[in-house]
Ligand binder design. Sequence first.
Ligand code: KG4
Ligand code: ZN
Length: 332
Amino acid sequence: MNILGIETSCDETSIAIYCISSAFKKDRMFSKIESQINHHLPFGGVVPEIASRNHLIKLEPILNSLLKDAGLTLKDIDLIGVTNGPGLIGALFTGVAFAKAIAFALKIPVIGINHLFGHSISAELEYKNLKAPYYSLIISGGHTHLFEIDRAYNMRLLAKTIDDALGEAFDKVAKMLDLDYPGGPQIEELAKKGDPHRIKMPIALRNSPNFSFSGLKTFVKLLVNQNSYSAEDIAASFQYTVAETLADKIEINNRLHNIDKLVIAGGVASNRYIREYLLNKIKGIKLYIPSISLCTDNAQMIVYAAYKLRNKRIFLGLSSSAYDKLQNTLAY
Ligand code: KG4
Ligand code: ZN
């Protein structure tokens, strides 16, 4: 069985082909990611229209080169998984329309994959013994959400940010410090030269399972205006406070839900400082943090999610409008 996975929810155009072999051969994964960072850099953030147009340009050549790598033709594809939300609506449309057109031509099914489900399940690609049920904390540009994933791979939202997503807070703080987009990796780099304990920063909603980062962001804004600390110390103290906040929230949620296995994924989970901090600090919960390239947006997680959900019959109808199906997935 050969599954095609397509991810175009934001500014990465990514396609993967997952070839599931018969008993004696190893399964094979082929994937490519084309980042659009250079196109958005001059604007200091993702411009949705530019993202959609670039997906349109890139999807077909990426697919052709991947098919070549895999030694397949389009006719060998049996199933398609495509991210159908949440994300930038125009960007999602390009992927969904591309997937539906191929599916229509080949008369094969398409499964709409929730991007956050993809991030959650990405850990299974590396931790072969990991199987649901487990919990997942998604820390990305648009979300800071804790889910319970049940045995049948249904997601239940347990806690979330009441304002900014964590990646968004990184990006905004980076802008305050005159760093380029995307801000997360830039702050991580700058923080290496700073003292994480130099400035005491606030942790919001201390006793709540939910998250909030807008107060921390405003605190940094005031500090930057004061001009009394170095950018390195601000970046390091911000990063430390974020890591401590996550540890705090994981512990509060653990008391409520008795978390045994926790996946931590999404773009911010690629931050080495935060990964190490949480691995050292969290006791009594087994943490599963995918490798850095699987934490940021990629189609491997989407194709694998399609493989896992292939028997659930949640197919995108080819005749119904893409927009209906997109709306259904925007609930988070
Ligand atoms: O999961 P992702 O690639 O896209 C979304 O689904 O949003 O996450 C992107 C977010 C951006 O806000 C980016 O600044 C942040 O992840 N990010 C990081 C790091 N790498 C990416 N944040 C902190 N440290 C990093 N190393
Ligand atoms: Zn993402």
